[in-house]
Design a protein. Sequence first.
Length: 333
Amino acid sequence: MLDTLGLDTGSEQVYRGLLAMPGAGVAALAAYLGLTAAEVRAGLDVLSELSLVRPSAEHAGGLRAVSPDIGLDILMSRQQARLAAQQQRLEESRVAAAQLIAEYADQRSVAASLGGEQLVGLDEIRDRLAHLTREVREEVMAFSPDGAQTEASMAASRPLDRELLGRRVRLRTVYLDSVRNSPSTTAYAEWLTRLGGRIRTAPALPTRMIIIDRATAVMPVNGDDTAARAVVLTGQGILAALCALFETVWADARPLGASPARDERGLTGQEEATVRLLAEGRTDESIAKRLGVSQRTARRIATGLMERLGARSRFEAGVLAVQAGWLPARAAH
């Protein structure tokens, strides 16, 4: 009956035996209770942990049971405190669960309003993409803002790329300019081009995106963690806007084989993108991510531009870039 307080059957027996035989030793208790010496010692260990026994003042080396009205009251108070703490944790969990449910409902409603569905987790995103690409009939357009591709990623893409191009599906992909510094990514892009795919590069890309047959788009919900959650969009209005965005970026992007060129201001595409990002107050980390380069490279590009402008700070670089005609006046703000 006292198991809720931490006393199992054996330890309760030993406790009752000590109450009946104050100061009794292990052998005497075992004989009185009909237990083995090991069972009595195990019971005494439990009672000691629960502070229900104490050394006897009258019998050297012996133990004496704490009076039930004191010892059990202490145990009940402890148990009540544990229950109160558990109730508090349950309440906190209930509130957190309610918030999560509300957030998920909001996300689903947003996805529904855009004519799409939510994908949660990298496995679900990959499975949905595999399903969509198997059903593609005419065209795939993609932004790939990750910089150099991994060997595993490229190896996994080759069979599907070959199969799609074999069905005369048009493949157009825009990578970041930084992939030109990756021999393996360049080799993959050249292989894809030989099969009929078309690849261009841009200094920066607005987001990761795949558009299939101009009817379905898959985009990350959070650009900083593209593997966490994505949305599949099918609404005509949003697809028209995304296709227009792709065509605009594609028109300004350079074919992979073209050498880097400088515009009339003497800026490469990467430098122009860096100037804009500096004027926006972006950090080296943020600039590096947008350009698909290391922070060290981003810092080197930014430092070189500041030296060319004669700027001592990034804020001053924005002002001087406007004066030099590198940026429209509103960009400096």
